[in-house]
Write a protein that binds this ligand. Structure first.
Ligand code: UGA
Length: 430
């Protein structure tokens, strides 16, 4: 099938590369010429595990190309995915401008086309957006009728940053929200080579599934963080508790690792957008509001723990891990931002280290020191806080502790430091 994808960010490019590897003929569209040039050279403009190899392969085989020309790309394809961003606005709701503009541009191209075309919304949009905003734009721009001349689907993405390609190629499920049966059939055909369950729903149910999925995952984490705070008081290992709960198939063990709170560009934006959407419709969102509040408090709980152990003012604190999760350089809504702010307010001397995310954190916190390694950050420190569970932080040794002024390590993520526990005042938290 000939496919055009508007928006070549991590969702669009990953989906495009994955579909091209299944022998579809894909054109990725973006307004950024530099990005388009890179993609055409087989180089992904973002880092995602495995993407570089697969992109190079599909570009050299001629199954994927990139372009800045939306009209040509849409005209020469049977199906168009819209996968541009829907960033958060001040009050928590989403900004639909980019997706509306993408629909306008794509619609214009269809005006000149005779054949049936399918539009697929992949951007995360609140329920009824496709029906109330996108379809009217498409009908207006094309002068054609949905259900007759073109079809529409809403196909949410569930890709995690860092493992997006693997998530795309091996999904737990594919959700197809459809305007009508014909639209759904065309999209299901595109995914025919993916070995997973395909769920077909209404357009608005598919839109809500995306928000509800991220919200339930955030809820699981906030819940286990709260249990973790209780465990700390009772000297119980919350990871053992999570293992016990997780064995129940109805719950499962995933997303029950407690820590200093969830972050990233998705959970905070999507949970807030759902709350704001519910508020506008006078639907109470007590659970989700608590999930967000609890997460805000959780982020700096580690500083409270530190304060129980040492006088923070004037102390040198090593902050290990700045990214919102391992294997990414992304610091958006990372708990480390709040933790460093709190430490600075308490007059600590902060020395931070992260294998990937230091450049990004430097844009947020300029006035702290950055180290070239965990050992360097720990040298002379009165305490070290582990915020992101990078693999390399599992390898801290007695020598690293010997470098510290006071060998106190507080684990924001469970690291299982058996040697350290025996020899230091390490606090296993959560
Ligand atoms: C999340 C979802 O997992 C994807 O399914 C979804 O497609 C994506 O948002 C999106 O909406 O685009 P992502 O933001 O990449 O993906 O990150 P996750 O791996 O889900 O982690 C989110 C946050 O939860 C991180 O801060 C992580 O450290 C935290 N987390 C995760 C925990 O604190 N404990 C856990 O057990 C799991």
């Amino acid at each position: 099938m000939d496919i055009s994808i508007i928006g070549s960010g991590y969702v669009g490019l990953t989906a495009g590369t994955g579909l091209a590897s299944k022998d579809h003929n894909v054109t990725c569209v973006d307004i950024d010429e530099e990005k388009v040039g890179k993609i055409n050279n087989g180089e992904p403009p973002i880092y995602e595990e495995g993407l570089s190899e697969l992109l190079e392969e599909v570009v050299s085989e001629g199954n994927l190309k990139a372009s800045t020309n939306t009209i040509e790309a849409v005209k020469n394809s049977d199906v168009t995915f819209l996968s541009v961003g829907t960033p958060m606005q001040d009050e928590g709701s989403i900004n639909l401008e980019y997706v509306k503009q993408a629909a306008r541009d794509a619609g214009k191209a269809l005006m000149e086309k005779e054949k049936y075309h399918l539009f697929v919304i992949k951007s995360t949009v609140v329920p009824k957006t496709t029906e109330e905003h996108i379809i009217p734009i498409l009908e207006e721009e094309t002068g054609k009728k949905v259900g007759e001349d073109f079809g529409v689907c809403m196909n949410p993405e569930f890709l995690r940053e860092g493992t997006a390609l693997d998530d795309f190629m091996n999904p737990d499920r594919i959700v197809i929200g459809e305007y009508d049966e014909k639209s759904g059939d065309v999209l299901e055909d595109i995914y025919s080579e993916f070995d997973t369950e395909i769920l077909r729903t209404s357009l608005r149910a598919a839109e809500l599934i995306k928000y509800a999925s991220n919200s339930v995952l955030a809820t699981k984490i906030s819940f286990i963080n709260e249990i973790g705070n209780l465990c700390k008081k009772l000297d119980i290992d919350v990871y053992e508790v999570a293992d016990g709960i997780g064995l129940d198939e109805r719950v499962n063990r995933e997303f029950l690792n407690s820590g200093p709170g969830w972050g990233g560009s998705c959970f905070p934006k999507d949970v807030r957008a759902l709350i704001s959407f519910m508020e506008e419709r006078n639907v109470e969102s007590d659970v989700l509001e608590s999930v967000v509040d609890s997460n805000e408090k959780q982020k700096t709980k580690i500083v409270e723990l530190l304060e129980e152990e040492i006088d923070i003012s004037g102390s040198h604190i090593a902050v290990l891990g700045l990214a919102f999760k391992p294997r990414t350089d992304d610091v958006r809504n990372s708990p480390a931002i709040d933790i460093i702010r709190e430490l600075k307010e308490k007059n600590a001397l902060v020395k931070a280290y992260d294998p990937q995310a230091m450049e990004n954190m430097k844009e947020i916190h300029q006035s702290i020191e950055y180290a070239d390694s965990a050992s360097e950050a720990m040298k002379g420190a009165h305490a070290a806080l582990i915020i992101t569970h990078w693999d390399e932080f599992h390898d801290l040794t007695m020598e690293d502790l010997d470098l510290m002024e006071n060998p106190l390590v507080i684990e924001g993520r469970k690291m299982d430091y058996e040697i350290l526990e025996k020899h230091t005042k390490g606090i296993s938290w959560p």
